[in-house]
Design a protein around this ligand. Structure first.
Ligand SMILES: NC(=O)c1ccc[n+]([C@@H]2O[C@H](COP(=O)([O-])OP(=O)(O)OC[C@H]3O[C@@H](n4cnc5c(N)ncnc54)[C@H](O)[C@@H]3O)[C@@H](O)[C@H]2O)c1
Length: 272
């Protein structure tokens, strides 16, 4: 067994790090000594039925993560749908920290319609651009700062929606499936550089994305009573920290020969 990784002297970038799972990941790395870069506070997303994080919330997260680790914690208001803004932020962070060791492409939004053919183009774009274009934008900006750094790796936060069809959410499902292809391609391209790329795919977790009141409607829109929509294990919502456990392992030296792979933390959701 590899001992718990010591992340001191390493820089960890988390998109969507102001709250929820991203904040949990950021806190865990800070507690283990890492420098942390948070990217969040996007431009308005009119079709998302719950609020995304504000600049004030991002700043509060920066303070919380700083207090947890005593390392350098940088926060940037940047919308992952804007690849140039993401590049400017990540270039700045990398110049401050000397490079990036771990990139966690975590920012995401969720919306739904009664059926996928009733989604509006704006619903499609806002969700898909955040998840798919945004994951690429974060990777695109971070990778040049990861080259040549021993143990560097990327993690894309997927979902059960990256691995099966789920009614009312074809844009989210398609975008998450797309991130699987992006992750696998980067694993191929980055292997000669000794850099790994993987995905961690959670089932529903206790964050605003899943606990906001609009979700009840999405559950109602599931076909056949949502029979393909449950965890096998007796848990309704994961805690963000359950996902962080998987992120910590897959980014650690203990997973040094794991690349192009998916680690599901889905309580068996996708097993049937
Ligand atoms: N919560 C769940 O049930 C669940 C299940 C499976 C997968 N996921 C995935 O987990 C990841 C984290 O989500 P969460 O559960 O912590 O939700 P969350 O809504 O609490 O956090 C998402 C964060 O991403 C930020 N964000 C959204 N769009 C952005 C953009 N365009 N640019 C920059 N930042 C943006 C938000 O401001 C927010 O801080 C997402 O990729 C999501 O798809 C969530």
């Amino acid at each position: 067994m590899t001992e718990q990784a010591d992340w001191s002297g390493k820089a960890v970038l988390v998109s969507g790090g102001a709250r929820g799972q991203g904040l949990s990941h950021a806190l865990a790395f800070a507690r283990r000594g890492a420098d942390v870069v948070l990217l969040d506070a996007p431009a308005p997303l009119a079709t998302v039925p719950y609020p995304v994080s504000t600049e004030e919330e991002l700043e509060a997260a920066r303070v919380t993560v700083s207090e947890a680790g005593g390392t350098e914690v940088l926060a940037y208001a940047a919308d992952v749908r804007d690849p140039e803004a993401v590049r400017v932020a990540i270039d700045h962070a990398a110049s401050r920290l000397g490079g990036i060791d771990v990139t966690i492409a975590n920012a995401g939004v969720f919306s739904f319609a009664r059926t996928t053919w009733e989604l509006s183009p704006q619903e499609w774009r806002e969700c898909s651009d955040t998840i798919l274009l945004g994951s690429w934008a974060v990777a695109r900006a971070a990778i040049p700062h990861m080259l040549g750094r021993a143990g560097a790796n990327l993690v894309f936060i997927g979902s059960v929606s990256a691995h099966k069809g789920i009614a009312a959410t074809g844009h989210y499902v398609a975008a998450k499936h797309g991130v699987v292809g992006l992750m696998r391609t980067l694993a191929v391209e980055l292997a000669p550089h000794g850099i790994r790329a993987n995905m961690v795919s959670p089932t529903a977790a206790r964050t605003l994305m899943a606990t906001n009141p609009a979700m009840a409607k999405c559950v109602e829109y599931q076909v056949a009573g949502g029979t393909n929509m449950s965890n096998l294990l007796d848990v309704e919502l994961l805690e963000p920290e359950d996902v962080t456990e998987a992120v910590l392992w897959i980014t650690s030296p203990g997973a040094r020969y794991v690349t192009g792979d998916v680690l599901k933390v889905d309580a068996g959701f996708t097993a049937r």
